[in-house]
Design a protein around this ligand. Structure first.
Ligand code: ATP
Length: 361
């Protein structure tokens, strides 16, 4: 049985539909990440799951039980927000034990649970401090600690790392993954940062305009994005897109003319062609690390490198190709090639999309 199951969930604010029909099952113990651009509905979906919002339509079940009418406190979940929401006048230990105190847990039992959670998060030496005496990362750990002591069956995280600096984010990401491994409790995590999503998730749910674009493992989303939106959103730096036109449809393949490439036509394998016809527009997606520099590939494309970024051990080259649009290329080494560069397009690494953005193949 799925731990959390959403069926036909719609959420309207007045006439605006923020969530537009979501069906989603999250397995027990999974680390699910909701990712998508600002305003796509990630936080609203999380708030619907935790009971802070009520669906306009559809149902939410936890372990087969309908959550309609069940308040957040009755859902056995703990939520960690971006703004840690710690009580400034209380010690770390009191902050962590607050929910237990409210629930009437006796002092000794409270202390034991707080000590255990503090040990898990390695914040035992901080228990007597006030929040203002802590760093951002330590505060975040206390906020997570406060969630852990309640032994919830589901953790919800709403962009919990976005107030931390880059280094701490990476460290906390590692700690969250480790925490999930140790507790084996279902976690749902919201972020707009696709790198965070890729590194933490068992399953990623890509949202856009209140709808699901794709659900899959990080590798599935990266290797086989179902549409241009997901292809463009997942992966850093972003995928390159070349625009062309279908010139022939031989069996199980498509022949495409892309301005500026040599030879003038590129033939790619294509088993599912849908209603594609000769003369239709088409888009080829290729990731910056899949473009070949120099020899090789099914076709070549000359570009002029406009500027380069050194990223340690490799460089990103940025090149406006006069006809195909701007391209980003990952180039190993420390020396950026000068002048015109010949790029090779490897047939097997190309993603093919219709002009409406649907994946073909
Ligand atoms: P961000 O990454 O910027 O936090 P998000 O993906 O979490 O964005 P939501 O906060 O879920 O997006 O909002 C989705 C849409 O619903 C937005 O257009 C937002 O303006 C709208 N919205 C959210 N809450 C309300 C509300 N209480 N009343 C009216 N509109 C709302």
């Amino acid at each position: 049985m799925s731990h959390v199951e959403l069926a036909g969930v719609v959420k309207r604010f007045g006439t605006f539909e923020a969530i537009r029909g979501i069906d989603l099952a999250m397995p027990d113990g999974a680390f699910t990440v909701f990712v998508g651009p600002s305003g796509c509905g990630k936080s609203t979906l999380l708030r619907l799951i935790c009971g802070l919002e009520v669906p306009s339509e559809g149902t939410i079940h936890f372990d087969g039980r309908d959550m309609r009418g069940v308040p957040p406190a009755g859902r056995k979940l703990a939520m960690v927000f971006q703004s840690y929401a710690l009580y400034p006048h209380m010690s770390v230990a009191d902050n962590m034990g607050f929910a237990l105190r409210m629930a009437g847990v006796p002092k000794a039992a409270r202390a034991t649970q707080v000590a255990k959670a503090a040990e898990t998060l390695q914040i035992t030496p901080l228990l007597a401090r006030r929040p203002r005496e802590l760093s951002g990362g330590q505060r975040q750990r206390v906020a997570i600690g406060r969630a852990i002591v309640r032994a919830p069956s589901l953790f919800l995280f709403d962009e919990p790392l976005s107030n931390l600096d880059a280094e701490l984010r990476v460290e906390m990401r590692f700690e969250l993954a480790e925490l999930h491994r140790r507790l084996n409790t279902s976690m749902i995590y919201v972020t707009h940062d696709q790198v965070e999503a890729m590194t933490l998730a068992d399953r990623i749910v890509v949202l856009h305009d209140g709808q699901i674009e794709q659900v899959g493992s990080p590798a599935e989303l990266y290797e086989r994005p179902v549409n241009r939106f997901v292809a463009n959103f997942i992966g850093s730096p972003r995928m390159n897109f070349l625009t062309g036109r279908v010139t022939a449809l031989p069996p199980d393949a498509v022949e495409i003319a892309i301005p500026g490439i040599d030879p003038a036509h590129l033939t790619l394998p294509l088993l599912e062609r849908g209603s594609l016809a000769v003369g239709d527009g088409i888009e080829i997606g290729i990731r910056p690390d899949e473009l070949l520099i120099g020899e090789g590939g099914a076709a070549r494309l000359p570009v002029r490198v406009e500027f380069s970024e050194y990223i340690g051990g490799a460089m990103y080259l940025h090149a406006p190709s006069h006809e195909a649009g701007r391209l980003t290329i990952r180039c190993p080494g420390t020396q950026a090639p000068q002048g015109t560069l010949m790029l090779g397009i490897p047939r097997e690494r190309c993603h093919v999309f219709t002009t409406e953005g649907q994946r073909l193949s």
